[in-house]
Design a binder for this molecule. Structure first.
Ligand code: PMP
Length: 474
């Protein structure tokens, strides 16, 4: 595999000004400095760049690709649906593709009381829909005073207005202060490495988080709260953080105590990636009232996200207005649904959720083995095929690197230069300090590819340690 190299994304380095591979893009990207790599084609885990280099996809884009690239069965399903009917509006029509896809998801959801599905085009749209549906639930029940949402610091739930308001990624919100949905407050993240106190055990940490949430409900007035919103395993902002034992089940009981809804955001961690179809299934009795799913749902073959809705919410609509007062022109788009349906059928036929569960400990073992000598690896955490590695300047104190260095981004760039694509992240501590990278390979990844990914990650980390830890001795 010819190693790839990329321009700096977060921390422009000298290489940025040297050879630019691609002419300035006509698309508006997040960074105007960054020149994206031109991709020629991709199949399996291999992404081929226009200049002949290849990259092993160890993060599925942003934890999206589940089957790898260029799966013929999915492509055939896409074409077959396009030839049958490409588009109809849900106002008057449904299609077997959309119905069958909803049926498959509801089959997974029914044991938890999740009864209906609603399909949109992105994770942010799914969150917007979840927020509106939760509000409509209380409107139907005659509790219009409920307007407040509680979420967590460090959360990321998307870019659109309500999703951004639920999130607390400072960098992404900076230009939009004063915008968005105002009635949101944030509590402490369920993130042991950064927020568990010295001397506190896991159960004590869980209790403290639940007490804080209870206090927050009390402060607002529990009768004014619509929902608590959280990712079961936190993805983008903190880097694959599973909750402490008993936390989500405790949240569920607190919500029940006050009649508050629980919205779980599984846009990134759901659809099998964590080793169970829903990530919350590993958390005891933590059934959500509304669940969002996205990335692994279409595996990147189509832009699709969905919400799954508990019978209690469906019942309130049935008894009330009889419909969800929210719609999009392209919701449940037939080609998109047929594509996701093909992806979901393959995931089930090839037992890929079970494969994620089996490969989880394999990947964890390899990460711990390969990175054991790295001086900057403070924490390794995750579930299934969803793992984060957090970097610190000092393991004993958990001191972060100066954010201006962009240590995590540099590790990602170095790994890319060596032919492995991982996902960079920053901001694991309040104030957007902290560095991590995220591994989320397609569910079809082979053990020898996992080994290669871990070895390249080690080389990338060591190369950056040599540059940025020069003042520290062994
Ligand atoms: N929720 C979570 C947990 C996410 O990780 C993301 C995207 N990374 C979103 C919502 C927003 O999804 P999208 O980018 O598809 O709008």
């Amino acid at each position: 595999m010819a190693p790839a190299r990329t321009e700096a994304q977060h921390a422009p380095s000298k290489e940025t000004k040297q050879g630019l591979q691609t002419p300035e893009s006509q698309l508006l990207h997040r960074s105007l400095i960054y020149r994206p790599e031109m991709v020629e084609s991709a199949s399996g885990l291999e992404i081929r760049l226009a200049d002949g280099r290849t990259v092993l996809d160890a993060c599925g884009g942003a934890a999206v690709s589940a089957l790898g690239h260029n799966n013929q069965q999915v492509l055939e399903a896409m074409l077959a649906q396009a030839q049958k009917v490409a588009y109809v509006h849900t106002q008057a029509y449904t299609t077997s593709a959309a119905e069958e896809l909803a049926g498959l998801l509801v089959e997974n959801g029914r044991p938890h009381g999740l009864e209906k599905a609603f399909f949109v085009g992105s994770g942010s749209e799914a969150i917007e829909s979840a927020v509106k549906l939760a509000r409509q639930y209380f409107y139907e029940k005659g509790e219009p005073q409920r307007v407040h949402f509680v979420s967590r610091r460090q959360a990321y739930h998307g870019n659109s207005m309500a999703a951004m308001s639920l999130s607390s990624n400072i960098v992404r919100k900076l230009p939009y202060q004063g915008f968005g949905y105002p009635n949101v407050s944030h509590v402490t993240p369920a993130f042991e490495y950064r927020y568990k106190l010295d001397g506190e055990d896991e159960d004590g940490f869980t209790r403290r988080l639940l007490d804080e949430l209870d206090d927050e409900f009390q402060r607002i007035g529990p009768g004014n709260v619509i929902a608590f919103v959280a990712e079961p395993v936190v993805g983008a902002t903190a880097g694959c953080v599973p909750p402490p034992r008993g936390y989500l089940a405790g949240v569920r009981s607190l919500c029940d105590k006050y009649g508050i809804l629980l919205i779980l955001d599984e846009v990134m961690c759901g659809a099998g990636r964590c080793g169970t179809f829903f990530a919350f299934e590993q958390e005891g009795d933590a059934t959500p009232d509304i669940l969002t799913l996205a990335k692994g749902l279409g595996g990147g073959y189509a832009p699709i996200a969905g919400i799954l809705i508990h019978e209690k919410v469906v019942d309130a609509l049935r008894k009330g207005s009889g419909s969800f007062v929210n719609g999009h022109t392209y919701q449940a788009h037939p080609i998109v649904c047929a594509t996701a349906l093909a992806v979901q059928k393959i995931i089930r036929q090839d037992r890929l959720v079970e494969r994620c569960a089996e490969l989880g400990p394999v990947l964890e073992g390899m990460l711990r083995e390969e990175l054991q000598d790295c001086k900057t690896v403070g924490d390794i955490r995750g579930r299934g095929l969803f793992w984060g590695v957090e970097f610190v300047r000092d393991k004993a104190t958990k001191e972060t690197f100066d954010p201006a260095i962009g240590f995590g981004a540099r590790v990602q760039q170095e790994a890319f230069r060596r032919g492995v694509a991982i996902y960079p992240g920053s901001g694991t501590v309040d104030g957007m300090k902290g560095d991590h990278v995220l591994l989320a390979p397609p569910y079809t990844v082979k053990p020898d590819e996992l080994r290669l990914i871990c070895k390249v990650l080690k080389e990338a980390v060591k190369s950056q340690e040599a540059l940025h830890l020069s003042d520290l001795t062994d």
